[in-house]
Design a protein around this ligand. Structure first.
Ligand code: PAF
Length: 329
C-alpha cells in the first residue's frame, strides 16, 4: 500500500466479548505498523459505556495458544467520531438503536456502520435520518470469544467473519457514490486489514441469506439451550430432533415469504453441525438467562413470530420459545 493513503479510522462500539476481540485485533495492526514507521494503516478506538469511569483502563487478551497480552484501551473521543470511516457496532441487538443514535450527531456522515449482533430487525428500529445518511453493512462471526471479567477476554475458537452490505435502494446507489474513498473501498480495506490478524474474513454478496442461516441457528440453539439449561452440544441429541426440525420448517416458511429461499434439510444439517462444533459452549442466551440479564429473544424467535404474523402464517414452535424464555426472565 502506498505511504500516502490515510489510515482507516475505526470506532468499535461495545466492550463485550466480540467488541474487544475485534478491537484487540485491529490495535495489533496499529501497534505493528507504528514500529515500522511511518506507515500506520488503521487507527482504532473503543466506545464503551463505562469509559468515563477509568480513562486509563487496560484490557487483557488471551489468544488461542494461551498467550496473554495486555494493552491500554484507546477510548473514543469526539475527534474519532468526526473522522470515522467505519463504525463497528458490537452491542446486543436491543441496544443497537440507542448506541447508534448516541453517536450520530458527532459522526462523520460518510462513516459506514457495520452491525454485528445476533438476531435481526434492528435496522427497522433506526431513525430514518440515520438510515438515509449512512451506508449499513452486517458482520457475522463464528469466532468464539469469552468475556471472563471486565475488559478481559479469551479467544476460544477460530472462525469465519462474513461482511456484506445490507442493501436498500438508496444505500445501493450511495455505496458507490461517496466522494473520495467509497464505502465499498473502505470495507475492502477493512477486510484486507482484518485478514492479517483475524482470518478468515470474506465479503458476502448475499449477506441476507447468510444472516437468515445465522438467525435459524440462533432460533434453535439459543432458546433451547437456555430453557433446558444445557450446553450447545446437547441440542444435537436425537431426543430434540423433532423440535429442531419443526423450528427449522417454520423459519424456512417465513423466510420464503420474505423472498429468502432456504433449503430445510441443509439448514437442519447446519444447525446440528454448529451445535456439535460448539458442543462445550454455553449459548449467549443461556449465559444471559443464568446471569439474569435481558435476552435477545425479541430479535431471534420474536423476529420470526412478527414476520409470521405479517404474512398470516403460524409459527407455534417459535412462539412457545419466546413465551418460555420470557417466563424465565
Ligand atoms: O449466540 C450464540 O451463543 C452463538 O451465536 C452460537 C452460534 C449459538 C454459539 O453459541
Amino acid at each position: 500500500m502506498p505511504n500516502n493513503i490515510k489510515p482507516l479510522n475505526v470506532v468499535i462500539i461495545g466492550q463485550g466479548a466480540i467488541g474487544l476481540l475485534y478491537y484487540h485485533s485491529l490495535r495489533k495492526i496499529e501497534l505493528l505498523s507504528d514500529e515500522r514507521k511511518p506507515l500506520s494503516t488503521v487507527s482504532t478506538s473503543l466506545l464503551a459505556t463505562d469509559q468515563y469511569e477509568d480513562k486509563s483502563r487496560a484490557y487483557k487478551f488471551t489468544d488461542i495458544k494461551n498467550q496473554q497480552t495486555q494493552g491500554k484501551v484507546q477510548f473514543t473521543q469526539p475527534k474519532h467520531l468526526q473522522n470515522a470511516d467505519i463504525v463497528l457496532c458490537c452491542v446486543k441487538s436491543y441496544h443497537v438503536s440507542a448506541a447508534i443514535e448516541s453517536v450520530v450527531d458527532e459522526l462523520n456522515p460518510k462513516a459506514v456502520i457495520i452491525l454485528a449482533h445476533n438476531g435481526m430487525g434492528t435496522l427497522d428500529q433506526l431513525n430514518k435520518r440515520v438510515i438515509k445518511q449512512h451506508v449499513f453493512a452486517a458482520m457475522l462471526t463464528t469466532h468464539g470469544s469469552l468475556k471472563t471479567d471486565s475488559y478481559t477476554i479469551r479467544h476460544t475458537g477460530e472462525g469465519l467473519t462474513q461482511l456484506g452490505l445490507i442493501l436498500t435502494k438508496t444505500q445501493d446507489k450511495r455505496a458507490n457514490a461517496f466522494s473520495g474513498q467509497s464505502a465499498l473501498q473502505r470495507l475492502d480495506f477493512f477486510i484486507e486489514l482484518l485478514n492479517k490478524v483475524l482470518p478468515k474474513v470474506v465479503w458476502e454478496e448475499d449477506i441476507r441469506t447468510a444472516q437468515w442461516h445465522k438467525l435459524a441457528i440462533n432460533c434453535v440453539i439459543n432458546p433451547l439451550s437456555a430453557m433446558l439449561n444445557i450446553k450447545n452440544g446437547k441440542i444435537a441429541d436425537t431426543v430434540h430432533l423433532a423440535k429442531v426440525n419443526a423450528l427449522v420448517l417454520e423459519i424456512v416458511a417465513v423466510a420464503q415469504k420474505e423472498s429468502v429461499h432456504l433449503n430445510a434439510k441443509k439448514l437442519l444439517d447446519k444447525v446440528i453441525a454448529v451445535a456439535k462444533a460448539t458442543a462445550e459452549n454455553s449459548s449467549s442466551m443461556r449465559c444471559d438467562v443464568l446471569a439474569k440479564r435481558k435476552t435477545e429473544i425479541d430479535y431471534i424467535n420474536g423476529y420470526i413470530c412478527n414476520l409470521a404474523e405479517k404474512h398470516h402464517l403460524k409459527a407455534p414452535e417459535n412462539k412457545n420459545l419466546v413465551e418460555a424464555i420470557k417466563s424465565l426472565n
